[in-house]
Design a protein around this ligand. Structure first.
Ligand code: KG4
Ligand code: ZN
Length: 344
């Protein structure tokens, strides 16, 4: 099947409606040919969860129920397609919050039945791996992907669109989780990543030598010791400038991620490094990735912030590739909160 990237043509027969409700973003998008984003609508629930200091699953599920239909309608209107132009409906089936996932999966199945088109169950992590291609259609594989979000931290060797290997993952906190927990301790609210990122811009990243766990040791990560170290530092030095603490913490996270990704790229002959997931919006991580790629002769793929954080365009794109490879998913497929990344 042809890929519609770059030539401006609309492959309407290949238009997929994607739905994303795995956590606290209600999102819908229409993507043609697995590449051409005709619309992408994201309704963030961050305001609802901020007062609790984190995502409350029950609140997330209820908000998805309220928001999904208007969000899907908007995505369809903005795509300028008719319902009858939609060739398949793809939804994130996991991993994520089960009550949240079920809203999107049920809506997708209902629409697929009503429109008599295939339903495609999409792995949320696989969708993140496809996000960079929507910004960079000419992305050259193989690449090492640093997949960093609130729930996951993985180093993935991506050989082909649907062929990849997880080289390593976090043994405890995800990178985004560490940002959120440190920010919560500092009283900076939720989500913590963007605030720490902003504060770090005014701080000295060499002010405090926070630990770099497992820096030279395999492909896995550990961030819970770093988080504890930051909290202990703040207890011992209550007057420490928070900008310096934030910048030094952020530097430690980015340092470990980049050190391992560079080593992985060399060991596996990757052509580039690619960022994915919400933490990929981090300005220091982006800057260090660019610097590392320049130094190592690698291509740097840094998706836009909109593509880094949860969205449904990446779900529709991954759904398109899965549909070509595996065909439709059975309607008996349910939500799987602990779904792993499929490895070929
Ligand atoms: O991928 P995502 O939107 O949702 C999932 O977890 O799947 O990622 C959200 C995470 C949160 O932990 C948030 O604090 C973090 O991404 N994040 C950032 C930044 N923007 C969002 N972390 C560091 N720096 C940022 N600029
Ligand atoms: Zn995500």
């Amino acid at each position: 099947m042809q890929n519609g990237a770059g030539n401006g043509a609309r492959h309407l027969g290949d238009a997929i409606l994607g739905i994303e409700t795995s956590c606290d973003e209600t999102a819908a998008a229409v993507v043609a040919g697995g590449q051409q984003v005709l619309s992408s609508v994201v309704s963030s629930q961050v305001d609802l969860h901020a007062r609790y200091g984190g995502v409350v699953p029950e609140v997330a599920g209820r908000a998805h129920v309220e928001r999904l239909v208007p969000v899907m309608s908007q995505a369809l209107v903005e795509s300028a397609l008719e319902d009858s132009d939609i060739a398949a409906v793809a939804a994130t089936a996991g991993p994520g919050l089960v009550g949240a996932l079920l809203v999107g999966v049920s809506a997708a199945k209902a629409l697929a039945l009503a429109w008599d088109v295939p339903f495609v169950a999409v792995n949320h992590l696989e969708a993140h791996l496809h996000a960079a291609f929507l910004d960079e259609p000419s992305l050259e594989l193989p690449v090492v992907v640093i997949l960093v979000s609130g729930g996951h931290t993985m180093l993935v060797m991506m050989e082909d669109r649907l062929r990849y290997r997880v080289l390593g993952a976090t043994l405890d906190d995800a990178a985004g989780e560490a940002f959120d927990k440190v920010a919560r301790y500092m009283g900076l609210g939720y989500p913590g990543g963007p605030v720490i990122d902003r504060l770090s811009g005014q701080g000295d990243r060499d002010a405090i030598a926070f630990p770099r766990a497992m820096l030279h040791d395999g492909w896995n990560f550990s961030f819970s010791g770093l988080k504890t170290s930051v909290i202990n530092h703040l207890r011992r030095h209550p007057d420490a400038p928070i900008e310096d603490v934030a910048a030094s913490f952020q530097e430690a996270v980015a340092d470990v991620l980049l050190a391992k990704a560079r080593r992985a790229a060399a060991a596996h002959n990757a052509r580039g490094l690619c960022l994915a997931g919400g933490v990929a919006a981090n300005s220091r991580l982006r800057e260090m990735t660019l610097d590392a790629c320049t130094a190592d002769g690698l291509a740097a793929y840094l998706p836009s912030r909109a593509m880094c954080t949860d969205n449904a365009a990446m779900v529709a794109a991954a759904g398109w590739w899965r549909l070509q490879a595996d065909g439709p998913s059975p309607l008996t497929v349910g939500a799987d909160p602990s779904l792993g990344l499929p490895e070929d």
